[in-house]
Design a protein around this ligand. Sequence first.
Ligand code: SAM
Length: 487
Amino acid sequence: MIKEEHTAKTIDESQQGTPLALEGRTGNGRKLYIESYGCQMNFSDSEIVASILAQEGFNTTEQLEEADLVLVNTCSIRDKAEQTIRKRLEKFNAVKRKRPGMKVGVLGCMAERLKSKFLEEEKIVDMVVGPDAYKDLPNLVQEIDGGRSAVNVILSKDETYGDVAPVRLNSNGVTAFVSITRGCDNMCTFCVVPFTRGRERSRDPRSILEEVNDLWERGFKEITLLGQNVDSYLWYGGGLKKDFDKASDMQRATSVDFSGLLEKVALAQPRMRIRFSTSNPQDMTLEVIRTMAKYENICNYVHLPVQSGSNRILKAMNRLHSREEYFALIDNIRKINPDCAISQDMISGFPSETEADHRDTLSLMEYVKYDFGFMFAYSERPGTLAERKMEDDVPEEVKKRRLQEIIELQLQHSHYRTRQHLGKVEEVLIEGSSKKSDAHWMGRNSQNTVVVFPKEHYRIGDFVMVKILDCTSATLLGEAVEYSKNN
Ligand code: SAM
C-alpha cells in the first residue's frame, strides 16, 4: 500500500482530528468541542482559540454530542486534507439534526480559502473565521447566538496573538509549542499557505520569553518554536517582514533575528530543551547552526524541507536555492554540529517532473541520508502560481510510484540512521507511556527520535540517560541507566 505520509515525527498523524480538551474553568457553562487538522501551527492556534473562548464562558469537551459550539480548525495544504474535513462536517451535520441549538464554526486555512463560499456550500456551517481573526470570536459568537451567520476572514499585518496566553489542550505537561511567526512570504508555487495565512510577521521576543518562562514555571521541559519559516524570524518593533527596509536606524540596531531569539530563549531557561520548526533552506544561516552548537539545551535536530532534488524543479517551485546550495548547507550543519539529525519534506510529481528530475531527488536523498521525512504526492491547490501557470501533467499513478520509491529509500535511510544510535547512552525526556506497552515509557532523544524503555522508577517529565540496545527504522529501544544531570 502506498502511504501518502510517512514517519510523522513533528506532525503527529495520530493527533489529527483528536478533540482537544482541558480542565474546565469553574463558572463556565457552555461547552466547546474543537478538532484540529494539519500542521502544528493549527494545533497551536486552537490553544489560542480555546483561551479566547474560555473568557466567553466556554469549557472544552471531548464529547461532540454535548457541545454547544463545534469548531474545526482546518487545513488546505492538500486536497485530501480538505476532503477529510468535509467528511467531518457531514458528521457534525448529522449530530446537529438531533441538536438544532448546536452551532458549527470553521476556522483556519480552509475558512480563509473559501471565505463566505463556505456558508453557501456547507449549509450546516454557522461561522467562518480565518487564522488572523480569532480575537473577533466573542463578537462572532454573539452573532451566531442571535441566529445569524458570521464571517471574519480579514488577514492582518501585525496580529501575532502575542498577548493571548494559550491554554494547553491535551497537553502531556512536558512538551509545548510556542508560536514565533505567522504567515509566510516565500511564495513557493505549489503552496497555499501565503494565501491562507497572509504575510509574514514576527512576534515580540519579550512575549515569547514570557511564555517560555511561564511554561518552565508550570513544569514543562521542552518547547518547540513554531513558524512556517522560523529562520526568517525578524523582530524590529512590529510589522511585516517585507517592510523591514522602511525601519528606522534605531529599529534596525535593536532588531532580533532568529539566531538572536534562539540564544535569548536558550539562556532564559538553560535546563529547558529547545526545538524549532520549520526551517527553510534559503533562510537558515550559519549563525543559527553555530547557536545550536553553542547551547547544549538546543536540540540536535533540523527539519529542512527540500521538496525536490532537481534544480529545474526547485526553480519552478520558486524555492530560491539550488541543489548545490542545499548540499553546502547540509555540509555546514554536519561540520558544525556532527550529531544533528536532519529531516525532509518531499513532493513527488510536481508539474513537468521527469524521470531524470525524480532521479535527482533520489540522489539528493542518498547524499543527505535523512533521519526521517514527510513525503507527499503533488496536489494542485487553487490560486497558487502552479495552478494558474502550470499543467498538473504527471499522471496520478506516476506520482504515486515515484512517491513510493522516495518512501522506500527514506525507510532505508531511517534505518541506517537509527542504527547509528546503537550502543550509545543518550538523554531522553519522558513524554508518556509507550502506545504499545504500558510497562514502557516513550520519550525522545535530542535528535527527535522516539526512544522506548522499561519504566522502572522513572516518571513523566524526567530526563533519563538511556542505553540504546535495539532499533526499528523509526524507534530506538533501550534501558534506563540513570537520571541525566539535567534533572
Ligand atoms: N512552511 C513549511 C515549509 O516550507 O516547509 C511547511 C509548509 S507545509 C505546511 C508542509 C509541507 O506540505 C511542505 O513542506 C510540502 O512538502 C507539503 N506541501 C505543500 N503544498 C503541497 C502541495 N500542493 N502538494 C503536496 N504537498 C504539499
